[in-house]
Design a protein. Sequence first.
Length: 371
Amino acid sequence: MNLTGRWERVGELVRKELLEVFRDPRLVRMVLVAPVLQLLVFGYAVSTDVHRTSTYVVDQDNTQASRDLTATFFASGYFREIGASNRPRDLVEAVDHGRALVGLEIPRGFAKDVTNDAAQVQVIFDGTSSNTATIAMGYSERIIENWAQRRLDVSFPTPVELRERAWFNPALSSRDYNVPAVMGNVLLVLCLMLTSLAVVRERELGTLEQLMVSPLTPGELIIGKTVPFALLCLADLILIVIVSLAWFQVPFRGNFLLLFLAGVLYLVSTLGLGLLISTFSNTQQEAVLTSFLFIMPLMLLSGMMFPITSMPIGFQWLTLANPVRHFLEIVRAVFLKGSGFNSLWRQFLALTLIGASLLALATRRFHKVAA
């Protein structure tokens, strides 16, 4: 078969698909504008940092020591006072009605107990927000311990000196950790939504039969349907990276070519899954609903918000077949660590195998549909 003629046919199909996209202003906005808006929304909304957490104070001692502790507690910036009294039931009411997530209670005789090294302070947390409560608990413990050491003026040497240092993300900013991960999930949604409708739309318009009787082979049709969306998604990838660096100021310590290669392999996987969904769907509505059945599990099992190591062992093995997991590991390592191919080759190999398998299944399924 003439190789030049094959590529000419594929090129004409690619041109046709791109023209259809850019002729529809709504689709253009969906492809080029929506991903940036989603990144901005998720970049600000998806955060595990705790700042200015609403706190209610009950100071029953009302001494210089208790006021100094309260001032130190709020000077950190992690907590914000929303009310104060000397009655514990007011604290319970504030937490119970959701006005406060944290309650600080200082009992009577606190100043006297401090001098006797027997003081107690109660901090209450609203456990319905477990992540915020856990982080706020760590902050409050450190603040109170530092205050106590300063008050006691400990001058004798301690047997162990603790020096903490966070590598790769010194400020422990959740935004630097989450924004690169949001990139993978935004591209996942875009690729699945675009490609899952590719074959179904042709079937509903009645043009699939025309394509079947054309000189195009099923393999050429799959390539022609995939390449346009791959080009658009690559453009979105570049746009999202620019927004991450310029707007969110996420540090980038790696190699752009390595990130681009990972993006290509990731798009092959997501586009292949979208085409596979398209071959199983009879209507565009069915294709969209089926895509959402995949989107949520892929996100939840990607390690974006929940550590994979904390999942049951069966789900940990299941995540190995998730392309989002491997892409997020690459993106975070390239952005924050500056890792190279030598330390990421396993993730690249996994993306290659998953992408090739999904495209092969989609092509085989398309042969059956075409027959």
